[in-house]
Design a protein around this ligand. Structure first.
Ligand SMILES: C[S@@+](CC[C@H](N)C(=O)[O-])C[C@H]1O[C@@H](n2cnc3c(N)ncnc32)[C@H](O)[C@@H]1O
Length: 282
């Protein structure tokens, strides 16, 4: 069964989906004391938005995804950037125990899940990861900000209206980016035995051209609903007419990083929860 991330959608994803600012990788490095001796897992890696910057901070990174087209493009981007320490594995969250068995005593430091946990059975996944990751390591659930059509701006509301009209459906799904999702995931991390469950927000403004805005929309449309190539200029024009007249569109991006750590045995570390907010990027 296709998850909708194949074919041209994967191409749009690789080309237009925003990556993660360096501050996100820095939070992961600091929280889990990542070193060049470590292995990190990126579950639901897509076209490598998190995997590739992580690769620069650890010895090895494994990008796992059930969609072959996403993995193929992740590998292509890695090759283009000379990233040689990434391994791309076709698989799903349910394959994590088998992956752990393969890694053996080389316990991964980190399992990162970027914008993908809503596809997974997170309680089972966290339970499996709590037995797999090294002490001081842990899980990071990263949500890459609200979709372009769910932000608090006139152009975003106009975009939402025109997309709802085109697809004939209300666009309510937060894809795991809402505060209520984060609260559920935080509770599940604590229930699975992770400690120091914390939330950090990294907020910045990103200005998009119209082409990048439409490319980002196309990266989020399931493949069977994506307009055919010959219909895409008309689709773009239909959106263009609905938006306020402007050359660029500024997004308020709030990346959410929820982390939970594996405590050392018998340290008596009291579970701690909290929220940090990083300063907006200039
Ligand atoms: C929205 S993309 C996120 C890609 C990338 N991590 C990012 O941050 O942009 C979601 C990815 O999750 C993958 N996915 C869907 N179900 C999955 C599952 N059960 N286990 C692992 N990955 C899954 C999809 O194939 C897709 O590549």
């Amino acid at each position: 069964m296709s998850l909708g991330f194949s074919g041209d959608v994967a191409e749009f994803y690789a080309e237009y989906r925003r990556g993660y600012p360096p501050e996100v990788i820095e939070v992961l490095r600091e929280t889990f004391a990542l070193t060049p001796d470590d292995t990190a897992l990126d579950l639901g890696c897509g076209t490598g938005q998190l995997t590739l910057p992580l690769a620069a901070r650890v010895g090895h990174v494994v990008g796992l995804d059930p969609e072959p087209d996403m993995l193929r493009l992740a590998r292509r981007t890695a090759e283009r950037h000379g990233v040689a320490n990434a391994l791309w594995v076709l698989g799903a969250d349910t394959d994590v125990p088998a992956l752990g068995a393969l890694l053996g005593p080389r316990r991964p430091a980190l399992a990162a899940i970027g914008q993908a946990l809503h596809w997974m059975r997170h309680e089972q996944l966290f339970a499996g990861l709590s037995a797999l990751l090294r002490t001081g390591g842990g899980v990071a659930v990263v949500a890459n900000g609200a979709p372009a059509w769910q932000q608090d701006s006139a152009w975003s509301r106009a975009l939402r209206g025109v997309l709802e009209e085109h697809f004939g459906t209300e666009l309510k799904d937060s894809c795991g980016t809402a505060a209520r999702d984060r609260e559920r995931y935080a509770a599940a991390l604590a229930a699975a035995g992770f400690t120091d469950v914390r939330h950090t927000e990294i907020r910045y403004a990103e200005t998009l051209t119209f082409d990048r805005l439409v490319g980002g929309v196309c990266s989020a449309v399931p493949e069977d609903l994506l307009p055919a190539p010959e219909d895409r200029p008309a689709f773009a024009e239909y959106i263009r007419r609905a938006l306020p007249p402007a050359d660029t569109f500024t997004e308020d991006v709030r990346v959410s990083v929820l982390t939970g750590r594996i405590a050392a045995p018998d340290t008596g570390t009291a579970p701690r929860t909290g929220t940090d907010t990083a300063a907006p990027r200039p």
